[in-house]
Design a protein around this ligand. Structure first.
Ligand code: ZN
Length: 423
C-alpha cells in the first residue's frame, strides 16, 4: 500500500514537473551560436546567430544542472523574476587550447553552440566560465525575447536519418546523434555499419549494457566530397563534411574539428542530447569534450575502447586517468583546487568524490601495488600529471585500454548522468 501511495505521489510529481515545463517552455529548442576567442589569459564571447530547432530532446524534469561539471555553464533566467529556468555545464576545445604553448603567443577563436529549451517569456542568457582558481566568472550575458524575429529556423537538410538503436521518447532517453566524417556517398553503407558498431561498442561495457533502454541512437547519412580524414603532418587534406583532422594542438592522435557550424547543422536534423562523430580512417585517434562532442576513428582495431573512452568524456564528463603519455597541455589542472571531473581528485575536497563508495579500511592515498589491482582507492597519478592528482583505480577504461571495465567511480558517474537525462 505504501509503495502504491509512493508511486501515486511520484506520478503526481512527474505530472506537476511536466506542467511546469509546459508553462515555461515550448517543446522546441533554442540554439545560440557564438565565437569564443582569446589567449592563455583571457576569453571573449561574440554572438553569431540564433536558431529555432524542432523538438526539445533533453529532460523536461531535470532543467537545472544538478551535477555542476564542466569548465563552462549556460544559464537561462526569467527576465522578469530572475529565477533560473535552465542550466547546463559543458566543456570546450578553446579551454583545452588555452593550456597549450600556442595560447601564450597568439589569439585564436573557436565557434561554439549551446542548445536550450525554447522559452515562452523574455529571458536573460548568461555564459559562465570556471577560472583556474575554481571561481565562476560571467563571460557573456544577453536578453532575448522569444518573439525576436532574428531567431531563424535551423537549416533543414535532405540527408536520410537511420535509426540505430532504441525508440524511447526524446525527453526520457539519452538521444545520441552519430555523424559521419570522411565517408563519400559510395561509402555511406560502411558508415551505417560503423554506426551500428558504435552502438555495440558502447553497450559492450557496463553500466551502459544494463541501461541500454535509456538510450536512443540515430545517424544522419551525410556524405563527404572525399574519403578519409586530414593528416596535416603528411600533407593529406581530403575535403570532408565536418572538418575533422588529426594533429589537433599538434598532437598526432588528437583528432577533432573546429567546424562547429557544420557539426551543429547536421546534428540538428534530429533532436539530440549528445553528438558523436565517426571519422572514416584506420588511423588511431579521437577526442571527447563534455557536452560538446565525441569523435573517434571508426576503422581502428582499438576502436570499441576508444569509442567508449571518448564517450566517457563527452557524455559523463569523465577525466583522463592517465599521466604517463605526452599531451600538449601544461597546467591543465590547478592542484590547489578540486577538479570538477567525478573520477579525479586532488584530495582538496575528496568528500565530494567517490569516498562514500570506498571501503573505509582502504588507505588514502592507496599504494599502487599489484594486490590492490581490483580495489577502489585513491592512487596517485592522473589528469596528465604523476604527482598531486589521484585516480580511483590502478586501471580503468579512462586510463589504458588493457582492461575491459570502467572503475566503480566512473560507473557511478555514468549512472548518475543517465539519470539526469531519463528521470
Ligand atoms: Zn575510472
Amino acid at each position: 500500500m505504501k509503495r502504491i501511495l509512493l508511486t501515486i505521489s511520484f506520478l503526481g510529481l512527474l505530472l506537476q514537473l511536466t506542467a511546469q515545463f509546459d508553462s515555461v517552455f515550448y517543446n522546441k529548442s533554442l540554439r545560440m551560436d557564438y565565437i569564443r576567442s582569446g589567449n592563455s589569459e583571457n576569453e571573449w564571447i561574440a554572438l553569431e546567430n540564433w536558431y529555432e530547432q524542432a523538438d526539445w530532446a533533453g529532460s523536461e524534469n531535470v532543467l537545472i544542472d544538478p551535477l555542476g561539471y564542466g569548465k563552462h555553464w549556460v544559464e537561462m533566467r526569467d527576465a522578469a523574476t530572475d529565477s533560473v529556468l535552465y542550466s547546463r555545464g559543458y566543456g570546450s576545445l578553446f579551454s583545452e587550447w588555452q593550456t597549450t604553448a600556442e595560447a601564450k603567443e597568439t589569439v585564436r577563436s573557436f565557434p561554439e553552440t549551446v542548445v536550450m529549451p525554447y522559452p515562452k517569456m523574455p529571458v536573460q542568457i548568461r555564459l559562465l566560465t570556471r577560472t583556474f582558481q575554481g571561481d565562476c566568472k560571467e563571460v557573456f550575458s544577453i536578453k532575448l525575447g522569444p518573439e525576436n524575429y532574428f531567431i531563424k529556423p535551423a537549416p533543414k537538410m535532405k540527408w536520410p536519418v537511420m535509426n540505430v538503436w532504441g525508440d524511447g521518447d526524446a525527453a526520457d532517453v539519452v538521444d545520441i546523434v552519430v555523424l559521419p566524417d570522411g565517408y563519400t556517398m559510395e561509402e555511406l553503407g560502411e558508415f551505417m555499419e560503423d554506426a551500428r558498431f558504435f552502438a555495440e561498442s558502447i553497450f559492450q561495457f557496463e553500466p551502459f549494457r544494463s541501461l541500454k533502454d535509456k538510450f536512443r541512437i540515430r545517424a544522419v547519412l551525410a556524405p563527404s566530397d572525399e574519403s578519409g580524414i586530414p593528416v596535416p603532418a603528411e600533407d593529406f587534406w581530403p575535403q570532408t563534411a565536418l572538418g575533422s583532422s588529426f594533429y589537433t594542438f599538434d598532437s598526432e592522435r588528437y583528432c577533432m574539428s573546429y567546424d562547429n557550424r557544420s557539426i551543429r547543422d547536421l546534428a540538428g536534423q534530429v533532436p539530440y542530447d549528445q553528438i558523436y562523430i565517426l571519422a572514416n580512417t584506420t588511423k588511431y585517434g579521437g577526442g571527447g569534450i563534455y557536452n560538446y562532442y565525441g569523435l573517434s576513428s571508426a576503422g581502428n582495431q582499438l576502436s570499441s575502447k576508444v569509442i567508449v573512452h571518448e564517450f566517457g568524456h563527452s557524455f559523463a564528463g569523465l577525466g583522463d586517468e592517465y599521466f604517463d603519455s605526452s599531451t600538449a597541455y601544461s597546467d591543465f589542472y590547478n592542484l590547489e583546487t578540486e577538479p570538477w571531473e567525478p573520477n579525479l581528485t586532488t584530495l582538496v575536497d575528496f568528500d565530494s568524490k567517490w569516498k562514500s563508495l570506498m571501503d573505509t579500511l582502504t588507505p588514502v592515498p592507496t599504494p599502487a601495488v599489484d594486490s590492490m589491482r581490483t580495489v577502489l582507492g585513491v592512487y596517485e597519478g592522473g589528469g596528465y600529471v604523476a604527482k598531486g592528482m589521484y585516480r580511483p583505480m590502478i586501471d580503468c577504461l579512462m586510463h589504458t585500454f588493457k582492461g575491459e571495465e570502467f572503475c566503480p567511480a566512473c560507473k557511478h558517474a555514468i549512472i548518475q548522468m543517465i539519470e539526469v537525462y531519463s528521470e
